[in-house]
Design a protein around this ligand. Structure first.
Ligand code: GLN
Length: 210
C-alpha cells in the first residue's frame, strides 16, 4: 500500500525526539510523538531515537508499549532505530545490562558502546546503500553500538570506512553501522543532529511503500 503523506511517530519516552520530528517533517511526513498505546496503534511508521537503551527498555514496559510494539513489528510496521533505537530493534545484544531486553525484529547481534572510550563520540561521512544522490551522509556517533553479526535477510547499508576524513586508519574499520531488514531500518549513528535528512527521507520512502 502506498501512503501519500504517511504519519510517522517518534517514540517519545527518552532521547532526542524533537530533532527527529523536525527531520521527518522536512522530508514530507506527518510527524507525531508517541507515548501512549493509542498513539502507537495509529502510526504508519515509527522512529526509535537515540538515548539510553536500558532506560527506553524500562519505559516501554512502564508505558505499556512494549507488547504492542512487538506485535506491530511482527505485522510489518516500518521502524527506524537510531543508536539506542538500533539496540532495541536487535534480536540479540552483547554488553547489555543483566536485565536488559530488546524489542527485537532484526536478525542481528548488536554490541552496545562498541567503539570504546577513545572514540566515544565522533562525526564521519559514510556511503550508504540506497542514498546515492548528494554524496556521503554526514553522521554522528555518540557512545554508539555496531552490528557484530547480521543474518541472511539483513541488507548491510553502511560500514565504517578503512580511513577517517584525514586519511588515518580507523580501528573499527569494516564494522556494520547501518542495515535494513524489510521495513526495519537501523543506524548506529544519529543522522538527526548533523542537518542531513536523507536517512529520514529513505525511511519515509520505506513507510510510503518503497
Ligand atoms: N546515543 C545513543 O543512543 C547511545 C546508546 C547508549 N550507549 C545505549 O546503550 O543505549
Amino acid at each position: 500500500m502506498v501512503v501519500a503523506t504517511p504519519t510517522v511517530g517518534v517514540l517519545a519516552l527518552q532521547g532526542d525526539v524533537r530533532e527527529h520530528l523536525t527531520a521527518l517533517e522536512s522530508v514530507g511526513a506527518h510527524a507525531v510523538s508517541v507515548r501512549r498505546p493509542a498513539e502507537l496503534a495509529a502510526v504508519d511508521g515509527l522512529v526509535i531515537p537515540g538515548g539510553e537503551s536500558t532506560t527506553i527498555d524500562k519505559l516501554l514496559r512502564i508505558f505499556e508499549l512494549r507488547d504492542l510494539l512487538q506485535a506491530r513489528i511482527k505485522e510489518g510496521l516500518p521502524v527506524y532505530g537510531s543508536c539506542a533505537g538500533m539496540i532495541l530493534l536487535a534480536d540479540r545484544i552483547l554488553d547489555g545490562t543483566a536485565d536488559q531486553q530488546t524489542v527485537g525484529g532484526m536478525d542481528v547481534v548488536v554490541r552496545r558502546n562498541a567503539f570504546g572510550r577513545q572514540v566515544d563520540s565522533f562525526e564521519t561521512d559514510l556511503d550508504l546503500v540506497g542514498i546515492s544522490d548528494g554524496g556521503p551522509v554526514r553522521t554522528a556517533f555518540i557512545r554508539a553500538p555496531w552490528i557484530e553479526e547480521a543474518g541472511r535477510d539483513v541488507e548491510v547499508l553502511a560500514r565504517i570506512p578503512a580511513v577517517d576524513t584525514q586519511g588515518r586508519p580507523v580501528a573499527a574499520a569494516g564494522r556494520i553501522v547501518a542495515a535494513r531488514q524489510g521495513p526495519l531500518l537501523a543506524t548506529a549513528f544519529h543522522p538527526e543532529i548533523t542537518g542531513d535528512t536523507r536517512v529520514h527521507g529513505l525511511f519515509v520512502s520505506i513507510v510510503a511503500g518503497g
